[in-house]
Ligand binder design. Structure first.
Ligand code: GDP
Length: 425
């Protein structure tokens, strides 16, 4: 059984928590896209962790964690992340890295940083983890695949020289920065070879066998639908697909094996980086939601920067579920909203005087204004509640209103950051 756990919004929906929770009953957890640019916050019996590259199932000794071929693999970062969790008492996890994963190089991070600086006020709000330069190189066919580390060193060196030639034009003439030296790049690759060697595996073949053996496999997405380069708010998106469908490619499993698409939807909105955000709120109203949000405020797990805040956006979330192919919804951080007298839900966008329920393309999105309906608050703490019927009536009404807008069953309600704070419906 393959199940994808993906986000319907702008990321930070709480996928890490849901993955950590579902991993208890799973055998294998796979990261299939993205890199160390976003973080998943997980709170469990070992403590609080911000994972960036490791799958969120890494805390159980019965699970295998896979870095799939679709990931931007920062090798020293991976090694460091393993050290950080084991230093905090987590048993050494079983990790496999795809031999077809590509390597995020130090110059990707430099180029990302220089480009953000060059764009200045018009930047994308990149986390400067090298993601856009990495994926650009992958598709320009000048990236380094893990397997190449174990191939002919002469051929590798030739490729390194070609890459340096290309990169140095940009470094010298556009960014006015020091040039890359082929020997140094080659030596870095050889260091990476040693670091990654214990983990390398044909993970697609491993997953193929696991499917045949009836193992339970989770594909863990990073960011959310609206950051997808094809279906999101281009160009304010990430550089690899955030959709469950890409899980088939970025992990190497047949698409028809992904039977369940658990789409994580946040009970309010938050976003990082630039881009249109129709239900965004500001001032004291936003500060209060940001302060109360998540497990200790809505601040980026990678950058620490304050997240942009907004009311629940049913137009964006329905679209987010649709492009994921959601078969069920996990609604998260609902407990945060107990302080509000009234809860606005955006049920339509007004674009050029017309009201629509369809999520528009980026140029129209920038002109969209929210159309709200407001529901009464429940004005109490809902943490600790285990049964749906025990939730306050107004809270159930909020969930049911969201469910009706999404058109997908809400099967899980997360009412706290902890592993066991979940209501199954
Ligand atoms: P991810 O990238 O989708 O895994 O999300 P993040 O980890 O970046 O952000 C989700 C934040 O919300 C984290 O700080 C979680 O600990 C927290 N969180 C997840 N589910 C809940 C919930 O139901 N209630 C509360 N209060 N916090 C939650």
């Amino acid at each position: 059984m393959v199940r994808a756990i993906v986000g319907a919004n702008w990321g930070d929906e709480g996928k890490g928590k849901i993955t950590d929770m579902l991993a208890k009953e799973s055998d294998i957890i796979v990261r299939f896209q993205g890199g160390s640019n976003a973080g998943h916050t997980i709170i469990n019996n070992y403590g609080k962790f911000a994972l960036h590259l490791l799958p969120s199932g890494v805390f159980y000794s019965h699970t295998t964690s896979i870095i799939g071929n679709g990931v931007a693999l920062n090798i020293p970062f991976l090694v460091q992340e393993v050290k950080e969790i084991t230093d905090q008492g987590v048993p050494t996890p079983k990790i496999l890295v795809s031999d077809r994963a590509q390597i995020l190089m130090p110059y990707h991070i430099l180029l990302d940083t220089y480009e953000e600086a060059r764009l200045a006020g018009k930047s994308f709000g990149s986390t400067k983890s090298g993601i856009a330069p990495f994926y650009s190189d992958k598709y320009a066919k000048i990236g380094f695949q893990v397997s190449e580390l174990f191939g002919d060193p002469k051929e590798l060196m030739e490729k390194v020289e070609n890459v340096c030639k290309l990169k140095n034009v940009l470094l010298e003439h556009l960014y006015h920065q020091p040039k890359l030296k082929p020997k140094e790049i080659f030596d870095t690759l050889m260091e990476y070879k040693e670091l990654v060697a214990p983990y390398v595996c044909d993970t697609a073949a491993f997953l193929h066998d696991a499917i045949r053996e009836g193992k339970t496999i989770l594909l863990e997405g990073q960011l959310g639908s609206l950051k997808d380069p094809d279906h999101g708010i281009y160009p304010m998106v990430t550089s690899s697909s955030t959709l469950a469908a890409y899980g088939a490619i970025g992990a190497g499993v047949p698409p028809y094996e992904i039977r369940t698409i658990t789409t994580v939807v946040k009970a309010y909105s938050s976003a990082v980086g630039a881009g249109a955000f129709v239900t965004e709120i500001f001032g004291e109203e936003a500060d209060e939601l940001r302060r109360r949000g998540g497990d200790g405020g809505e601040f980026g797990a990678t950058t620490g920067r304050p997240r942009r805040m907004g009311w629940f956006d049913a137009v964006a979330s329905r679209y987010g579920c649709r492009v994921q192919g959601a078969t069920e919804v996990a609604l998260t951080v609902l407990d945060v909203l107990g302080y509000l007298d009234a809860l606005p839900i955006c049920i339509g966008y007004e674009v050029d005087g017309k009201i629509t329920k369809d999520f528009p393309t980026t140029p129209e999105l920038s002109r969209a204004k929210p159309v709200y309906k407001t529901l009464p608050g429940w004005k109490c703490e809902i943490r600790g509640i285990k049964k749906y019927e025990e939730l306050p009536e107004n809270c159930r009404k909020y969930i049911e209103a969201i469910e009706a807008e999404l058109g997908v069953p809400v099967t899980m309600i997360s009412n706290g950051p902890g592993r066991d704070e979940i209501i199954m419906r």
